[in-house]
Design a protein around this ligand. Structure first.
Ligand SMILES: Cc1cc2nc3c(=O)[nH]c(=O)nc-3n(C[C@H](O)[C@H](O)[C@H](O)COP(=O)(O)OP(=O)(O)OC[C@H]3O[C@@H](n4cnc5c(N)ncnc54)[C@H](O)[C@@H]3O)c2cc1C
Length: 475
């Protein structure tokens, strides 16, 4: 079922026609250095999809090794009218790098060098194919900290993070990828290589064009170099895990923590269905009692972290926590975060198909969102599992679908319609992290008013007038 559902999303987009591959493939091979172009079946198949359900085969995959090669490729594609879809590691969750209209998939994964780490300036310069976790490790070895921490950080690329403005648990205190991008080198669809921003921590020269490219989902240009801001690595951290009788109590505790002046690096919440799935998958003894769970991470200097952890534990008990555990060693902390990391796998182990929506609501609506999850479950007959970044109001609402049940697609779409209607009415966003891509295309129309869609289309057509860069997506 989800495959059919995904195909609907592909076929429902645009009706432009592009030249057949036979017309441009020989010229492509001639335009690129040897070893850069592949039309092997297995290579095409490996570049057809991402971590979502949709897949669409490109007609060629190109592996450029420099900005100049990307420029030559885009110039060629512009001249021939061939669609080009940039991709990083292909671990996106919305079909963003799916070459929905065929043509050329351009993989940035051979451009995978960290070019500079500069302690004094607090910057690193990297190519887009660097794996995010590798950059974090490399800067940490020099006492520096690159905070953005998508759960996929061991497998996704920095370029993909820039293109999706990736976030993670630490966004509460440290912000999303956008807040760490000082400069970008981008290749435009006409082949122009342009630098926006620079390497200073403040820069108010002209328009915020970095902000235009960050989160642009491969629709406006191909990112070929990234300069990031680094912080001093905090020397100490502590992790607290608290259990609650109900998800609504956990959501209220999140508000209490902030209201009392604490700013944890991360504040994560999980609901009853998620915890039950983890109990079934990992063993009941691995999951604390109760129907909801909150994880909090503190970081800073050792004495202040110790003091804050003690006060925070006291506050959590006061606001109704059934249990509070404080971990101060890396091993104890890892055990708590290990449970958090296991939530997705535990939900998949139920045998149901997990439709992961990453909505964000104003934090005052957290309780309403959990209540809505329960209501959708009762109305449509799907289990709904909610967990995620409570501090940001960014919750993964997972609709757990049995594809063999009757009317699954219709009921599922109705449930998602209702979810997104509420989120939009509350002033929320239909995606806080993963982007729109193909998966949320249908709801982009709902979430973005006509004037905003028109402005987005104007930006797109200014940079890509033939609509060749990642066509078939939401613009
Ligand atoms: C298990 C799992 C957990 C995840 N957890 C998180 C999470 O916590 N937070 C989060 O934000 N996301 C998360 N994601 C989603 C995903 O990992 C992120 O969106 C990530 O940024 C994608 O990077 P990628 O290299 O895989 O990009 P891809 O999937 O290859 O591409 C994603 C988008 O970026 C564009 N793109 C890629 N590289 C470039 C480039 N160099 N120039 C221009 N456009 C480019 C593509 O066209 C596409 O639109 C998760 C995914 C999985 C599978």
């Amino acid at each position: 079922m989800p495959a059919v559902y995904a195909e609907d999303h592909i076929s429902a987009v645009g009706n432009a026609t592009y030249p057949p591959a036979a017309e441009w493939l020989p010229g492509l091979a001639a335009a690129m250095p040897d070893g850069r172009v592949s039309t092997e079946e297995a290579v095409l198949a490996a570049h057809a999809g991402d971590a979502w359900f949709a897949a669409s085969l490109p007609e060629a995959v190109v592996f450029p090794e420099s900005a100049e090669e990307v420029s030559a490729l885009l110039k060629f594609a512009s001249e021939k009218g061939v669609p080009v879809t940039p991709r990083g590691a292909g671990r996106g969750y919305v079909g963003g790098c799916v070459p929905a209209r065929g043509g050329i998939a351009v993989s940035l994964m051979r451009m995978n060098r960290i070019l500079e780490i500069n302690r004094e300036d607090g910057v690193a310069v990297a190519q887009p194919g660097v794996i995010t976790g590798d950059l974090q490790d490399a800067v940490l070895a020099q006492g520096l900290f690159y905070p953005p921490d998508p759960a996929s950080l061991r497998e996704c690329s920095l370029g993909g993070n820039v293109a999706t403005n990736a976030g993670g648990p630490r966004c509460l205190k440290y912000g999303v990828t956008r807040h760490y991008i000082l400069g970008l080198q981008v290749v435009l669809m006409d082949g122009t290589i342009v630098r926006v921003g620079g390497r200073t921590h403040k820069n108010k020269m002209g328009l915020d064009l970095i902000g235009m490219f960050v989160g642009s989902e491969g629709l406006l240009g191909v990112v070929t170099e990234i300069t990031v801001r680094l912080l001093p690595a905090p020397p100490a951290s502590a992790t607290l895990a608290a259990s609650f009788a109900e998800a609504t109590g956990a959501a209220a505790a999140v508000q209490a923590v902030l209201a009392h002046g604490f700013l944890p690096a991360a504040m994560e919440v999980a609901d009853h269905f998620t915890l039950e799935a983890a109990r079934a998958h990992l063993g009941a003894d691995k999951v604390p009692p109760g129907n909801a769970h909150v994880i909090l991470e503190l970081d800073g200097q050792p004495a202040s972290v110790r003091g804050e952890a003690a006060s925070l534990a006291e506050l959590l008990r006061k606001v109704g926590a059934l249990t509070v555990k404080t971990a101060t060693t890396p091993a104890e902390s890892d055990a708590i975060w290990g449970l958090r990391r296991a939530f997705s796998g535990s939900l998949r182990a139920t045998g149901l198909t997990k439709l992961n929506e990453d909505v964000t609501v104003p934090r005052s609506r957290l309780v309403d969102l959990f209540v809505l999850g329960g209501a959708l479950q009762a109305k449509y007959g799907f289990p709904v599992a909610c967990f995620g970044h409570a501090g940001d109001g960014n919750i993964h609402v997972n609709i757990m679908v049995d594809p063999n049940e009757p009317d699954t697609t219709t009921r599922m779409e109705a449930a998602l319609d209702e979810l997104f209607d509420h989120v939009v009415a509350w002033g929320g966003a239909i995606s806080g992290e993963h982007g729109v891509g193909l998966a949320k295309k249908r709801w982009w129309l709902k979430a973005a008013p006509a004037e905003l869609r028109r402005l987005t289309a104007m930006v797109k057509s200014a940079l890509d007038p033939q609509s060749l860069l990642n066509p078939g997506k939401f613009v």
